[in-house]
Design a protein around this ligand. Structure first.
Ligand SMILES: [Ca+2]
Length: 316
C-alpha cells in the first residue's frame, strides 16, 4: 500500500479533471467509467510527503471491530481473508481534522483548488451537468467556498483522494482495507445476501442505508432522513458491527489498477455506493447499485469528490 503522500497533483492532470467531470453523472449512474479514465493522470510517484509526523508502527484499536476472516468470491475468484480489524464507521471530519492539525497535511483537492460537487436542483431545472468542478470545494468546504463542515464533525470526511486516505491511515498506524477484506466484511457473516443486512432492500419498510429516493437527478425526497451525507453510523450496523458499508459515501480501498502504460495511469477502487445511489431504477436508465455486495467503481487516485470517503483496517 502506498505510504503517506502529499496533495501534489501533476500540473497536466488539472485540465483533465475538468474534462472528465461531465462523465461523472455516468459514474453516479452506475456505469463503469474506467474506460473513460484511461489517460487521466495520477502521479503518486511524483508526490512528496508533507507529513512531518512519522507513521505509527502499530495503530490503536479505537473504533475498530474484529472481522473473523474466511473466504469471499470476488470478480470470479475465491480469496481467503485472514482475521483483521476494521473501523466500524467511516473516518469523520473530526478525525481527519486531528490528522491535519498534527501534520499540516494538505489534501489534493486543496492543492488543486477545486473538487467535484453534486448540484441539487440542477437536474430539475435542466441546467446541464449535475456533477461539476467547483473552485474552492474541499473537505472543509464540501459544497464550495461558502459552505463549511460546522456542525458536521461526525459526518464522513469527503473530497479526499486515495492518497489523502492512505496518508491518514498511515498516520494512524492503519491501512486501507483490501478489496476482498472490504467485501467480506460488508457481508457481515451472511452467505448469499444481496445487501449487508440481507436479501430485501427495505425489510419491514425500514430504510437500512443513506441512498437516494425519488427521480434522479431531479429530486431526492430524503425519505431515509438525509439528502446528502449523513453522520457516520446513522443506520443499523451489519452482523460484524460495521456501519454504512452500503450507501452514505463510497469508500476507497487499497485496490489499485493500471489503466494505461504510464506510471500515472492508475485508478483505485471505491466500494459501497453513496447517498446518490438510487434505490429504484428509472425506466430506461441504469440505477446505481453500488450498495449491493461486491459492487465496485474505479476512480483516478488523485480524485476525491463529494460522495467519496474511506474507512481503515489493521492487522490483528
Ligand atoms: Ca438519503
Amino acid at each position: 500500500m502506498n505510504p503517506a503522500r502529499s496533495g501534489r497533483l501533476p500540473a497536466k492532470s488539472r485540465p483533465l479533471l475538468s474534462l472528465w467531470a461531465p462523465f461523472l453523472s455516468l459514474w453516479a449512474g452506475g456505469v463503469a467509467c474506467v474506460a473513460l479514465l484511461v489517460g487521466c493522470g495520477s502521479d503518486p510517484g511524483a508526490a512528496e510527503s508533507r507529513n512531518n509526523s512519522p507513521a505509527r508502527e502499530t495503530g490503536d484499536r479505537d473504533g475498530m471491530v474484529e472481522i473473523p476472516g474466511g473466504t469471499v468470491r470476488l470478480e470470479g475468484r475465491t480469496t481467503t481473508v485472514a482475521p483483521f480489524l476494521m473501523k466500524a464507521k467511516e473516518v469523520t471530519n473530526d478525525e481527519f481534522a486531528k490528522f491535519v492539525e498534527a501534520t499540516e497535511y494538505v489534501t489534493q483537492a486543496e492543492e488543486i483548488g477545486n473538487s467535484v460537487v453534486f448540484h441539487y436542483g440542477r437536474g430539475a431545472r435542466g441546467e446541464g451537468n449535475v456533477h461539476d468542478v467547483v473552485d474552492g470545494a474541499d473537505w472543509r468546504h464540501p459544497l464550495g467556498p461558502e459552505s463549511s463542515i460546522e456542525g458536521k464533525g461526525d459526518h464522513p470526511v469527503i473530497h479526499v483522494s486515495w492518497h489523502d486516505a492512505s496518508a491518514y491511515a498511515s498516520w494512524r498506524g492503519w491501512r486501507l482495507p483490501s478489496g476482498p477484506e472490504w467485501v467480506f466484511a460488508s457481508k457481515g457473516g451472511l452467505e448469499d445476501a444481496k445487501y449487508p443486512w440481507g436479501t430485501e432492500l427495505r425489510p419491514q419498510r425500514l430504510y437500512q442505508m443513506n441512498a437516494w429516493q425519488g427521480t434522479y437527478p431531479v429530486e431526492d425526497s430524503g425519505l431515509d432522513g438525509y439528502r446528502g451525507p449523513a453522520p457516520a453510523g446513522s443506520f443499523p450496523a451489519n452482523g460484524y458491527g460495521l456501519y454504512d458499508v452500503a450507501g452514505n459515501v463510497w469508500e476507497w480501498t487499497a485496490e489499485v489498477r493500471a489503466v494505461g502504460s504510464g506510471a500515472e495511469d492508475r485508478v483505485g477502487a471505491v466500494r459501497g455506493g453513496s447517498f446518490l445511489c438510487r434505490e429504484r431504477a428509472i425506466p430506461g436508465e441504469s440505477a446505481c447499485r453500488g450498495y449491493e455486495i461486491g459492487s465496485v467503481q474505479w476512480k483516478p487516485l488523485f480524485d476525491g469528490n463529494h460522495n467519496v470517503g474511506f474507512r481503515c483496517a489493521m492487522d490483528l
